[in-house]
Design a binder for this molecule. Structure first.
Ligand SMILES: [Zn+2]
Length: 92
């Protein structure tokens, strides 16, 4: 009954992981990332001191939630940059 939120979070976490592992995250500059989703989104990661992180996807712009793209970029940052050889995503 009250697991809705939790399930949602887990799903977003899973999707963020999938994006990261699929090489969908591209670091453009230290806190700017391109995320290849259904289209190309730009994510700006900010420390809470500087303000909230932003993403150009509708999920974030309309609902003001931390979307899977932002989460994926955070994971990317947390995991360091040693994963950037995984970039086999085909974007048509
Ligand atoms: Zn997003």
């Amino acid at each position: 009954m009250q697991t809705g939120n939790l399930r949602n979070l887990k799903t977003r976490e899973d999707r963020a992981q999938a994006l990261l592992l699929g090489g969908a995250v591209d670091e453009v500059s230290p806190n700017i990332y391109f995320v290849h989703g259904s289209t190309l989104y730009t994510v700006t990661l900010l420390d809470s001191v500087e303000g909230a992180s932003t993403c150009t996807c509708p999920d974030h712009e309309f609902r003001q939630v931390e979307c899977k793209h932002i989460r994926a970029c955070e994971l990317y940052k947390e995991s360091g940059t040693q994963q950037h050889s995984v970039r086999e995503m085909v974007v048509a």
